[in-house]
Structure formats: C-alpha cells, structure tokens
Design a protein around this ligand. Structure first.
Ligand code: SF4
Length: 495
C-alpha cells in the first residue's frame, strides 16, 4: 500500500449551489481533515477550493469575482493553491477555456477525481514558499474524449510532470483512463467523515440524461451514472455508525437510480436495503422526475416506515407550451396525473416544486397558467427562480425577452400565491403532535431553542424542555401551537 506523507496546511472550501455540491464539499473537507489539514478563512488558507454552481448566473458571477481576487492574492503569496470544482467544470474544452482565463487555477477537480487530492498536495504544496512546485500537465490517452466518459482506476493516481509548459495549470491524474461508452459512477469511498452530521447526504446517481433547454447541468455533470448498491450500502452504514440518523439520497432525477446498472435495481430497492440499517431513522430523497416514478416504486416507498413522506418534484411551468419549450419531457396532464397518483398511493405525502418565471418568450397568459397550477395542486413549498441565460444551453440561442423588472414581478406573484397556500396548509398541523428530529440548537437570552424537521420536512421550532439537554440528532415530540407559511412552532411534550 502506498503511503503518502503530506505537510499540513490550512484550507478553505467555498460552496454554492445545490445539496449535491454541499455533499461533495463535505467529502473534500473530510478528506482534508483526515490529511491533517486545518480549516480556516479564505484569507489565511494555503488551499482554496471553490465548489461552483452554474445553474444560475449569480453564483457563477460570484465565483468569477473570487477567482479574480485569488489571482491578486496569488501574486502576493507563493504558498497559495487554488482548486476549482462543481458545475463550472465541464469537459476538457471548458477546462482549457477556464485555464486560459485564470492561469492561477492549480487544480480542476470533479468530485469523482477527489482521490487525487493527497497526491496533488504532496506534489504541489510546500509549507515554506511553494517554490519548487512541480508543473503538472494532463496527458490523456485520448484527449478528444469527454471527461464525462471515464472510469477511474482504483490505483493511486500519479501525475505527469512537465517544465516546458509553465503556466499550464490543467491537472488531472494519468490514472484516469477514458473508455468511451463506459460510464461508471465512482466516488472516492475512502472519504467518510470522522463524525457524520445527523442529517447526511448520500449522492446515489450523478449527472443527468435530460436535455431541458435552460439547464447547464448535463453539459457540466455528464450523463447519469448510478453508484453501485454495495458501495452505497458501505457508505451508508459508515455514515450511520458515525452519527447520521437521516440520509437524503441525491440525484438530479433520483428515480433514475439503477437504470444504468447491470441488474437494474430501482430507488425503492435501494431504500428497502437502507431500511435494514440499525440506527438509521429517516430516509429522504431528491430530486424527483415524474416520468421515472412508477406506481410500483411509489407503493413500495410508501410502505417503508423509514422513508419520509415528502417529495420534491419540479414542474418549472404550468403552461403546456412552456413545458415544450423547456423540453421537460412531460405534458402538463402527465405531471398532474403523476401528482394525483402519488397522493392516492402515498397518503400524507407533502410536495415541493421548482418554478422558473420569465423563461424565453413567456407571455402573461402562460405565466398565469403557472399560478393556476400552483392553486390547483397546492404544493407545500415552491422554490421560484427568475430565468437567467446559461451560456452553452439550447435556450442561450434564444432571445431572453422578458425584462428583468417583469421577471421580478412574476417571481413576487408566485411568492404571494404560494405564501397564502403554505400558510393555509400549515394550519392543519396546529394541535397535532409531530415527531421532530433536532438539527440545530440556538441559544438566545439563555434559552436554548431547538430547530428541526418533522417527517413531512416542515421546519419546526420549540424551546428545549426543562431539565433536558438535547443534542442534534435526537428526536422530540412537539405539540404544534402556531404555524406560519414557513415554519411550525410548538412545545415539547413528554412521551
Ligand atoms: S432534469 Fe432538466 S433541469 Fe434537472 S438537471 Fe436534468 S436537464 Fe437540468
């Protein structure tokens, strides 16, 4: 076994975007902690990792601003390394363009390549000055192949080194062997936190095979790749042994889990296996896609006691034409039929959705259809976003013709409609006793306030019961006294 000795430094991980990014950052953090590196501020760090999001314009702009700042910082400090990961990294072409614009980026890393970190740090970072760092070059066997089409050798990666192309910062391990057509989801399984959060993420399917016209994710995260069931079980058991009580299974279209695996297990099969893990109390999952949700899958999930009754199922628009333009892959009727069926097969299910307003060409009438749909379905939560162009997507070739002020008006209109619906729905909890898993504890004026979620994913607040010292991960029964559109509040009751 190869032992790598790395002098300890300090790191900072900056994360934006979805739960998948947060889960990935957690892995990187664990890995750096286990290497003996210490977390610190961005200003103090020897290694700054930017885990980026390209789904919307604002987070990408933030990353560009940070990269500009880091370029200045690197001019002053030779002991600073910059790594970029997340959705801003796509194929080799994207990496080359970013490398040209920001030659101070030392490492482009997909989380699937995180195994290279120890080696990278050993070769690129010295605690004294950074002088003498090796220039590392990527020498793929087939440079024309997309990095989305790779599998990774289980061996410790090694780097090609070169001095004749100083300034070139693209770094990938030579052990990555492109095999066109083979798409294996590989996560660095040795990355497990020493102590897991009570609420832990488990990415189960990476990438996306859909082609929604506004979305950059498939270009940056590649095609769907399910992680093998055995690998997930090992990781889940380990997370639970280290303190996780709730696992959230992640995927861009999470019900696609297993479609690319040899024996085609589905999401419900995985949940059934996970349910056997002692100490695991709750299983959640996101994000759902209506056409992958079969009746059989819903029924089996509904009968697993550990699986919580909450579904995040983005609709994006309530207008038939808009759905076609967005290329969502379902009609409005199909979406509504799926929701009806889910409610039939899984009583007590709560629903959240995502909506985009102001997409290319959206008329007032088409927007009204979205408001109509929200009133009809009555989701518990709606995440609404104003459309912003993502270069490289199909829609980026179309006119972004809804003015910003109008997008904002539509966004607020959705919030107003949804606020009233959520307020009404949440009143039904008043007087009920809910099982709440505590996620966080805030102390104000010497009073400890518990914050957690019920099974339906509603945020619940309650004061810590007298005489008890509750910790995150514990369960409390809470009688709900008040409800707003955003949360429930109540008091703990004795069992
Ligand atoms: S389903 Fe559509 S919106 Fe979701 S990640 Fe895939 S392409 Fe993007």
């Amino acid at each position: 076994m190869t032992t790598i000795s790395i002098p300890h430094g300090k790191y900072h991980i900056w994360t934006v975007g979805c739960q998948m990014n947060q889960a990935d950052s957690q892995r990187i953090q664990t890995m750096l902690d286990e290497l003996g590196w210490e977390e610190t501020s961005m200003e103090q760090a020897n290694l700054v990792v930017l885990n980026t999001c390209s789904v919307r314009q604002a987070p990408e702009e933030k990353a560009h601003n940070l990269l500009a700042n880091l370029r200045r910082a690197k001019n002053d400090r030779s002991d600073l390394l910059v790594a970029l990961m997340g959705c801003m990294i796509g194929n080799q072409k994207t990496i080359d363009a970013l490398g040209k614009r920001y030659p101070h980026i030392d490492l482009f890393m997909k989380v699937e390549h995180a195994d290279i970190l120890p080696r990278f740090l050993e070769e690129r970072w010295t605690p004294i000055s950074g002088a003498g760092c090796l220039d590392i070059d990527f020498m793929p066997d087939h440079p024309e192949d997309s990095v989305d089409e790779i599998s990774i050798s289980p061996t410790v990666p090694t780097f090609a080194t070169s001095t004749d192309r100083a300034g070139k910062r693209t770094v990938l391990p030579m052990a990555i062997t492109p095999k066109p057509g083979e798409r294996v989801a590989h996560y660095p399984t040795k990355i497990e936190p020493a102590q897991a959060s009570p609420t832990a993420w488990l990415p189960i399917v990476l990438g996306c095979n859909k082609v929604c016209t506004y979305c950059i994710v498939p270009y940056r995260r590649g095609r769907e790749r399910s992680r093998p069931m055995e690998e997930l079980m090992v990781e889940a058991r380990s997370l639970v042994a280290k303190g996780a009580r709730e696992l959230t299974l992640l995927g861009q279209t999470v019900e696609a889990y297993g479609l690319d695996l040899p024996d085609k297990p589905d999401l419900a099969d995985l949940m059934a296996n996970l349910s056997d893990i002692d100490g695991l109390a709750r299983i959640r999952f996101m994000t759902s896609y209506p056409r992958h949700m079969t009746d059989s899958m819903i029924e089996r999930m509904a009968h697993l006691p550990k699986v919580c009754e909450h579904l995040n199922i983005p609709v994006q628009s309530g207008d038939e034409n808009m759905l076609k333009r967005m290329k969502r892959g379902y009609s409005l009727d199909e979406y509504v039929e799926r929701i009806d069926r889910v409610r039939e097969l899984w009583p007590n299910i709560t629903l959240s959705t995502d909506v985009i307003v102001g997409f290319c060409g959206e008329t007032e009438e088409e927007f009204q259809h979205t408001l109509d749909l929200l009133a009809k379905i009555r989701f518990d939560v709606v995440h609404v976003a104003a459309y912003s162009v993502r270069p490289g997507t199909v829609a980026s070739r179309w006119e972004d013709d809804v003015p910003l002020a109008e997008k904002k008006r539509r966004l607020h209109a959705v919030e107003d409609v949804q606020g009233k619906i959520a307020f009404e729905l949440n009143q039904s909890y008043v007087g009920k006793v809910e099982e709440v898993m505590v996620e966080d504890i805030n102390t104000t004026h010497d009073q400890r306030q518990l914050k957690g979620r019920n099974r339906a994913n509603k945020l619940v607040f309650c004061p810590e019961p007298e005489g008890r010292f509750i910790q995150a991960g514990e369960f409390v029964q809470v009688r709900i006294e008040r409800a707003t559109a955003w949360s429930l509040q109540g008091d703990a009751v004795a069992l």
